[in-house]
Design a protein around this ligand. Sequence first.
Ligand SMILES: *Cc1c(COP(=O)(O)O)cnc(C)c1O
Length: 422
Amino acid sequence: MSASRRPALLATDPELASFVAAEEVLQAQTLRLIPSENYVSAAVLEASGTVLQNKYSEGYPGRRYYEGQQNIDRVEALAIERAKGLFGVDHANVQPYSGSPANLAVYLAFAKPGDTVMGMALPMGGHLTHGWGVSATGSWFRGVQYGVQQDTGLIDYDAVRDLALAERPKILFCGGTALPRTIDFAAFASIAEEAGSVLVADVAHIAGLIAGGAHPSPAGHVDVISTTTHKTLRGPRGAMLMCREEHAKAIDKAVFPGLQGGPHNQTTAGIAVALHEAAQPSFTAYAHAVVANAKALAAQLLERGFDLVSGGTDNHLILIDLTGKAVPGKTAAKALDRAGIVVNYNTVPFDTRKPFDPSGIRIGTPSLTSRGLGVDHMPQVADWISRAVDAAAKGDERALAAIRAEVTDLMSAHPAPGLPLS
Ligand SMILES: *Cc1c(COP(=O)(O)O)cnc(C)c1O
């Protein structure tokens, strides 16, 4: 692989070009298991790196504050139509710069500073932007949090209802970043209705599974769907807010002019392409394969004595609790990285360790599935993880290097979308 794919960049800034080329090698050679990451297609990459970058487009298609929008309007309108079709919603806003600003726009649309908002606690698998203390959403709003049951690792919907009725939050979030199980949107909808809350499904992690029919859809159950576009949906880094017609004005006003200036048109183009790809039968197969791989990998890990939060997975994500192992999450994550397996360390529910050095690691199958790995490969993947965690406990760097060589071998046989062939 080389930087020659980018001759202008190489000529102008060889130092930066070398970093990009090195990243291509890293992404090609490693087994990437971070569940919020993926590989975009070459088509998405091309759409995202265009002269659409050069254009200011404050406003919405047909209602802009700058002239010269003949083409930009078509790009954004196409992305909107595709989002509406794919997710079965009345309205879509494709301008949020990323998932966090998308959620901030939801607060701006439906709450005032100091209002009570409710979401899953961060250490239980929720997201920072659901009212957690260190986030602006937790300091400007009064965040109350629900969690999972200690024995099952599952959401206790009765407890969520009790808290919601006691607190009457303006906004109720469902969804999170470390939830291995299916979200019951209908159950949340009945709770939100009783409590008088605006219900937001933050499906950043599972949007691709929903699009591909491998997870139930929140459409029809919730007021607002918030999602990133770069996780299982396999688009560029960005976000979307989708809602029923009654909330369309509030959402659009909150994104622009409430929170943002000009949309990133090159990203909008990449989102449009990703949505087109996600509407194909091959993507339905992809989404189901992601889940099948995760279930197979979870079963293989259980066989090797790993403790999984909630005992397994329904989706793309597995949360491994290493409390019973000789190494904590961060040590394991760093050892796995040296073995060519990229994961993140993560808190587990009721973690007794600190967030910066927690008990768990979080893994997922979106990226490896994009490279064409299937359930037959999952025993091998589980084996590598198991061997690497054992090696970490013994400080056996040679074992980690040996795993890395095996990983590189398998990865070179499964080229990743969007990357040059090695
Ligand atoms: C990833 C994620 C976000 C935030 O997305 P960024 O693009 O990183 O700001 C928000 N909510 C959930 C549930 C997420 O998983």
